[in-house]
Design a protein around this ligand. Structure first.
Ligand code: WTA
Length: 662
């Protein structure tokens, strides 16, 4: 790209200019008519038939939306279907020999695996039969504690086939985190693996699993996938089964897909909230699958003949919706990569894009910031001309990173969709339809058609354009969470805005509160500002400050702790921990490393504090609440605002001095 061009682009970004969809994209886009916004609004909720129609239903639904018992909204009531049949069986006739999953292992000399729809169908059936033989029945929750190996989506679809909801626990989470989730879900079945590769090293996973199982308060039957072969020997205990043996025993077995009610649970996904207890977000078969499929088609522009790649981990919601369910329901080829982007070299992703001729790439701003830092020489080494659309998710993307992505990856020829959504929403909510709307770097965009999102003040009144407020979703949508597992009360108190009339059975009185701050522009584009609760977003991973605090307080010698998110160049936010030690303990290196260990044991390395600041006191209000905002300002080295309401104003100077010392 020439110098002149670059200056022009800078100016366009400076002016918050919009970027029109490239003509070549519009010519082939799944959605090209702006009228869809009015059409959906005028025809709401019947417009959602369009999402449901992307699926094959065994029994047609009777009602699109049942809103008689808000906020327990139900979608496609009376319908029945099976998610694995929708992701596999229905594609066999036309696309049986086409790739469903292109799996790329991390080692450069790996025998990468291609699963055609026929292959995937066969193995999902065999594993579904094996799970049944192990005793898994309809509605039994199966925990999947697995890294990015093909057996993970296979296990998910096998569970879906027999109507057993899965609960995937991110492989990077600790043994304790596994135990907490298995206990909370009363899950008696677990699929795990021996280990996996990370930056060239074989990491063990089985010993961590065993440790986690030690904390589970009921019997568990465990299946172990052998990823590492001879590299890592894992002893098998009784009640444990080898995945390959189970599948081999079932060679050729077919399992009739269980017809699930549209509202039956497809999966649970534990995510972080304000309190220390993770929340079991419940997603349903009809609503979630239609939502993942519809947004994959409308926003990611997926067509069956595409090779599409979402570089997230299936251990998070993004991988559920946009590596597994959405793309496979549409019959496309979904790429799945085991490892990190810098192994063996920093052009690994670009090498994969080139080799597989990837059409769409969906990744996270934190990754883009790392690519920027590494430099454009890495993507330059590869032919990326197969790309036609780029996407981001997980956190706001700043215009500079947007520009880098647009220029160096998209060659100024691909629309970028900045997609705002959450574990709870099941799929995308706020983003541009790439063949219809211009992109405005830094703003996720307007709500998708049929989605009613507003930016409001604490009373629920819409704020003026340009002013910060809270994001709310004012109408239900098919992909929404239905409740928190076994905890309807918490579901209501966590998500339905305080001004919602919780006594009312008028659905309009109920407003969903995602806990994000935002501002809206005159043109209706929304810029998401970040969480307004005690959740921090580290490299796009959602972590609860309370979970981290309770891990730190559990370390011997710690009296009190407060955790906040501080700005971080690559991670977006990083964990800052302020710690008061017990009297007889010193805040030194030894305690510091025990704190890090404590956090890694309780949650996982992703939650490791970036900074640990030992302090004699924490800034508190007169009523005794920790002033997190102040601690955030200290972490970010910002000017401190009004400290007059503080009970102990001097402490702020003390902490500042300590941070300065580091
Ligand atoms: C944040 C990930 C700005 C937001 C899919 C949300 C974003 C939280 C964006 C959900 C975006 C996600 N722009 N912020 N495009 N996408 N977020 O549940 O704070 O892991 O509430 O779901 O990530 O994180 P979760």
């Amino acid at each position: 790209m020439t110098e002149v061009n670059n200056v022009e682009l800078e100016a366009r970004l400076e002016n918050r200019e919009r970027f029109e969809p490239p003509e070549s994209f519009v010519e082939q886009a799944n959605i090209v008519d702006d009228a869809i916004y009015d059409e959906f609004e005028g025809n709401w909720p019947d417009c959602w038939k369009r999402a449901a129609d992307l699926l094959d239903w065994e029994t047609e639904y009777e009602t699109i939306l049942d809103d008689s018992n808000p906020p327990f909204f139900e979608w496609f009531t009376g319908g029945s279907l099976n998610a694995s049949a929708n992701c596999l069986d229905r594609h066999l006739e036309d696309r049986g020999d086409e790739a469903a999953i292109e799996w790329v292992g991390e080692p450069a000399d790996e025998d990468n695996r291609t699963y055609t729809y026929n292959d995937l169908h066969r193995e999902v059936n065999e594993f579904a039969a094996a799970l049944r033989d192990l005793g898994v029945g309809e509605d039994d929750i199966v925990t999947l504690y697995m890294p990015m190996v093909p057996e993970l989506p296979i296990a998910m679809l096998a569970c879906a086939r027999i109507g057993a909801p899965h609960s995937v626990v991110f492989a990077g989470f600790s043994a304790d985190a596994l135990a907490t989730r298995m206990n909370a879900a009363d899950s008696e079945y677990l699929v795990t693996c021996d280990g996996y590769y990370r930056r060239g090293d074989a990491l063990e996973h089985k010993a961590k699993t065993d440790e986690g199982l030690g904390g589970v308060d009921h019997d568990v039957r465990t299946v172990v996938v052998d990823r590492l072969g001879d590299e890592y020997d894992h002893p098998m205990a009784s009640g444990e089964f080898d995945y390959d043996d189970l599948v081999a025993e079932q060679a050729g077995t077919k399992v009739e897909p269980v017809q699930r009610d549209a509202e039956d649970m497809l999966f649970l996904m534990y995510t972080s909230g304000t309190t220390g207890e993770p929340k079991g977000v419940k997603h349903t078969t009809g609503g979630f699958l239609s939502w993942a499929s519809w947004t994959s088609q409308a926003v990611l522009d997926i067509k069956p003949e595409d090779t599409y790649w979402c570089s997230a981990d299936i251990g998070w919601i993004t991988g559920h919706s946009y590596i597994v369910y959405g793309p496979l329901a549409l019959g496309t080829t979904s790429v799945m990569y085991e490892g990190t982007p810098d192994h063996p070299t920093r052009d690994r992703l670009w090498e994969i894009v080139e080799e597989y001729e990837v059409d769409q790439l969906y990744t996270a701003p934190t990754a883009i910031r790392a690519f920027m830092k590494w430099g454009s020489q890495y993507p330059k080494r590869h032919d990326l001309s197969s790309l036609r659309l780029l996407g981001t998710v997980g956190e706001p993307i700043n215009p500079r990173a947007w520009k880098w992505y647009y220029t160096h990856i998209g060659n100024e020829n691909c629309p970028i969709v900045d997609t705002w959504w959450q574990t709870e929403t099941g799929g995308m909510m706020l983003t541009t339809l790439p063949g219809v709307k211009d992109a405005k770097p830094g703003s996720a965009g307007p709500p998708l058609p049929g989605i009613d999102i507003r930016v409001v003040d604490t009373r629920g009144n819409e704020v003026e354009p340009g002013k910060a407020g809270y994001l709310t979703v004012n109408k239900p949508w098919p992909g929404m969470l239905r409740t928190l597992y076994n905890n309807d009360d918490r579901f209501i108190s966590e998500y339905w805005a305080e001004y919602s009339d919780t006594e009312s059975d008028d659905p309009d009185d109920w407003v969903y509160f995602p806990e994000d701050g935002a501002k809206i522009d005159e043109d209706g584009y929304i810029t998401v500002l970040g969480r307004v609760d005690d959740v921090i977003n580290v490299s796009g991973h959602r972590l609860g400050t309370m979970e981290i605090e309770s891990a730190i307080v559990g370390v011997e010698g710690v009296a009190e702790a407060a955790v906040v998110g501080g700005n971080h160049e690559l991670k977006g936010e990083a964990v800052y921990a302020y710690v008061i030690t017990e009297e007889e303990f010193d805040g030194g290196e030894e305690l510091r490393s025990r704190i890090v260990e404590g956090v890694e044991d309780a949650i996982g390395p992703i939650a490791r504090p970036e900074e640990i600041v030992f302090t004699p006191e924490l800034p508190k209000t007169r009523s005794g609440k920790i002033m997190r905002r102040l601690l955030e300002d200290i972490a970010n080295g910002e000017e401190l605002g009004d400290t007059s309401t503080l009970r102990n104003p001097d402490v702020v100077r003390d902490i500042e001095a300590t941070v300065g010392d580091d």
